[in-house]
Design a protein around this ligand. Structure first.
Ligand code: HEM
Length: 195
């Protein structure tokens, strides 16, 4: 019997020893990779909960009269969904103004706007963001590269608690005050040579 097939059969039959010696090393590395990925995703989600890029989504026109949260909404009303307020709603989120990525590890919430209506960074329904998957992956890879390549700190005259995270108004919300952070390379210098 070819070696691989034997391993597969051992694996399937629950042969613990064969499984452990063959897979332990690989799974250890993979597990660590998954842990880091899951935490990075949690950081990205928590950032989008507190600071959604599109705070009011795209306006909708109500197709039929309905009642939402005790309010009557007439047919043909224009409706805006305030995801910024939903993301900070104290009846839904514990300590809503606190930046705590751990909440997305304790409770897995997806970004697809299908199940978790308390968290809609890419909207929901037929007009939700078609680029949500690409957008989310770009956030993750950008963040990963910035953390891998540099150590970050605030300038000495700004303390963590003084960092102003206020937003400006707009269809999309930029920071009200620019972020000033000091980046120190943490990899061998030739890695940064772009020529
Ligand atoms: C992190 C990145 C992104 C965020 C946070 C984001 C967020 C959003 C949000 C909240 C909406 C409104 C959805 C709604 O009203 O239900 C939207 C719409 C849209 N997004 Fe994105 N987006 C991102 C990246 C992208 C990318 C990469 C693309 C294209 C490749 C894209 C294309 C669009 C388009 C075409 C719409 C309008 C959809 C429609 O009205 O039918 N977005 N986006």
């Amino acid at each position: 019997m070819p070696e691989l097939l034997k391993k597969a059969r051992d694996f399937q039959q629950g042969n613990r020893r064969a499984r452990e010696s063959d897979w332990k090393g690989k799974m250890g590395r993979r597990k660590r990779y998954y842990e880091i990925t899951i935490y990075m995703e949690a950081i990205a989600k928590e950032t989008m909960r507190l600071h959604p890029a599109v705070p009011m989504l795209v306006p909708r026109l109500c197709k039929e009269s309905c009642e939402v949260g005790g309010y009557n909404i007439e047919k043909d009303s224009r409706v805006v969904v305030n995801v910024l307020a939903i993301g900070r709603d104290p009846t839904v989120w514990e300590n809503p103004n606190e930046f705590d990525p751990g909440r997305f590890i304790i409770k897995n919430m997806d970004i697809k706007g299908l199940h978790n209506f308390e968290f809609l960074p890419f909207g929901s329904g037929r007009r939700m963001c078609p680029g949500y998957s690409l957008g989310f992956q770009v956030i993750l890879s950008t963040l990963a590269n910035l953390l891998h390549g540099f150590s970050w700190k605030l300038p000495d005259n700004i303390k963590n608690e003084d960092l102003n995270m206020d937003e400006a108004n707009g269809l999309t919300i930029p920071r009200k005050f620019p972020l000033i952070a000091l980046a120190t390379p943490r990899l061998p210098i030739h890695v940064y040579n772009l020529e």
